[in-house]
Design a protein around this ligand. Structure first.
Ligand code: SF4
Length: 242
């Protein structure tokens, strides 16, 4: 049984091919630019049984073709890591491609995460920042959980990796930081890293903050333009950069 916020069918962004995406409820981080603040509260959301999840995934299997599959995103999917293990195992037994989209925050034992990653084909890891102080400023949390997850992902798992990073004007767009991000990506086993994506900051989630009565800290920050991202990409020399 998982607690979810919503389900997206036929998504094309959260992993390869066409996918069914389960957005799990609950996230301990408070990223300044989060566009899903409605996924934060663990006491909200709705329960869905394992059978329902697997049944829904199998219904869409014909559309997945060779590379599509099932993604668990959020919120923070690793908050429900224990519950996810059996579901991922079952999905794999049906020959489905599995992915998790995470910031790396977990609060279970390493053994649970190691087992979960055995049944995960792809980890999409959102690197909030490579610097501890700025990681805290962006997320409200210590960088330690990210570093711990990264260590397990690199040393105790073998799944493919997509890395991503949100570029926010005035916060994460300065050239030195971008060069540091390049170094951070190079600390991963590059033979397993299929993609590194720089995502432009956008303000699409801002109205959700108003509806929820939460202050939006970046209300004076302009959106990041794609042309600027293209310029920033020129600072990075990595084959996996898309
Ligand atoms: S980790 Fe994701 S869901 Fe959680 S606050 Fe950050 S952007 Fe939002």
């Amino acid at each position: 049984m998982l607690k979810i916020h919503s389900i997206e069918t036929m998504g094309a962004l959260d992993g390869p091919g066409l996918r069914i995406i389960f957005f799990l409820q609950g996230c301990p981080l408070r990223c300044l630019y989060c566009h899903n603040p409605d996924t934060w509260q663990v006491d909200k959301g709705i329960f869905i049984t394992d059978e329902d999840i697997v049944g829904k995934a199998l219904r869409y299997k014909p559309y997945f073709k060779n590379n599509g599959g099932v993604t668990f995103s959020g919120g923070e999917p690793l908050l429900q890591a224990k519950e996810l293990v059996d579901i991922l195992k079952t999905l794999k037994s049906h020959g489905l491609h599995t992915a998790i989209d995470t910031s790396g925050y977990f609060n279970v034992s390493d053994a649970v995460i190691i087992e979960l990653l055995q049944y995960t084909d792809l980890v999409i890891l959102d690197i909030k920042h490579e610097n501890a102080e700025l990681y805290k400023k962006i997320t409200g949390h210590s960088i330690d959980k990210y570093l711990h997850f990264k260590d397990i992902l690199i040393n105790k798992a073998n799944c493919k990796i997509w890395l991503k990073h949100v570029v926010v004007p005035g916060l994460t767009d300065n050239p030195q930081h971008i060069k540091n991000m390049e170094k951070e990506v190079k600390t991963f086993p590059l033979e397993r890293v299929e993609k590194f994506e720089l995502l432009p900051y956008h303000t699409l989630g801002q109205s959700k903050y108003e509806a929820l009565g939460i202050d939006y800290a970046l209300s004076d920050t302009p959106e990041m333009q794609m042309d600027d991202i293209d310029e920033i990409k020129k600072l990075i020399n990595l084959d996996c950069l898309i």
